[in-house]
Design a protein. Structure first.
Length: 238
């Protein structure tokens, strides 16, 4: 029943978990999803951290939306207003706007590449998690928020803490539960099933007959180490 739910609801993407390492990830996600504890997803780029974040939200039972933001995609000033919102009149022509915390109220906030968040944003994040309230940029009024935070990173946060570029108190606040998603080279049993899933997905999208991979082609796919992980395999199959 859970498998059918995942296949139906996780953004139309099937979760493939034939390798023991992948099954352990899903079992842990299933156990912690109904709790309000923060979750830190660790793993290389392309391993599927966003898909696990969506799974955590679907299984959480929370009625609010899943809202995602990549912390490495915006400069500090924009990242702050995207997260916490901005009050009208802060600058000429600026209108009041809700941030991701407010938009995710009652649901889940997924912060990808949390290791790229600059120190001033880290301070505000820590306070939001501790106090369960935020203040918009340029605002004075605290706004209560009920948000379950899921963060993800491919960077070694312990090293960033040692270097002084990532706050230690925020690090421990984020990793209420830590889930390590293994690279594809450590779960090769998943590769044939991922290949079949991607082939079916792309064939439906392009409205073409579903092709098959011969034994030699599949052997090549199984032998490769995939530095780009599942995302790279998906592109190869496409």
């Amino acid at each position: 029943a859970l498998k059918e739910r995942w296949e139906h609801q996780i953004s139309g993407r099937r979760i493939v978990a034939h390798a023991p390492a992948t099954r352990r990830v899903l079992e842990l996600a299933e156990r912690v999803a109904p709790r309000s504890v923060s979750v830190l997803l660790r793993g290389e780029s392309g391993t599927g951290k966003e898909l696990i974040a969506k799974l955590l939200h679907v299984l959480s039972g929370r009625t609010g939306p899943l809202v995602a933001l990549n912390c490495g995609a915006l400069p500090e000033s924009l990242l702050e207003s995207e997260l916490f919102g901005i009050e009208g009149g802060v600058a000429t022509g600026v209108q009041a706007r809700r941030g991701k915390f407010e938009l995710a109220d009652g649901g889940t906030l997924f912060l990808d590449e949390i290791g790229d968040a600059p120190p001033p944003v880290q301070i505000r994040l820590l306070r939001a998690l501790q106090e369960r309230e935020i203040t918009r940029v340029g605002g004075q009024r605290p706004i209560p928020v009920d948000v379950r935070l899921v963060a993800a990173t491919h960077r070694p946060l312990e090293g960033l803490v040692a270097q002084g570029t990532f706050r230690e108190d925020l690090y421990y606040r984020l990793r209420g539960v830590e889930i390590e998603i293994p690279p594809l080279r450590e779960r090769r049993e998943d590769i044939p099933h991922l290949v079949r899933s991607f082939v079916e997905e792309f064939s439906r999208r392009e409205n073409i007959p579903t092709p098959s991979f011969d034994r030699e082609a599949l052997a090549l796919l199984l032998a490769f180490d995939y530095p780009g992980n599942v995302r790279e395999l998906q592109n190869v199959v496409e």
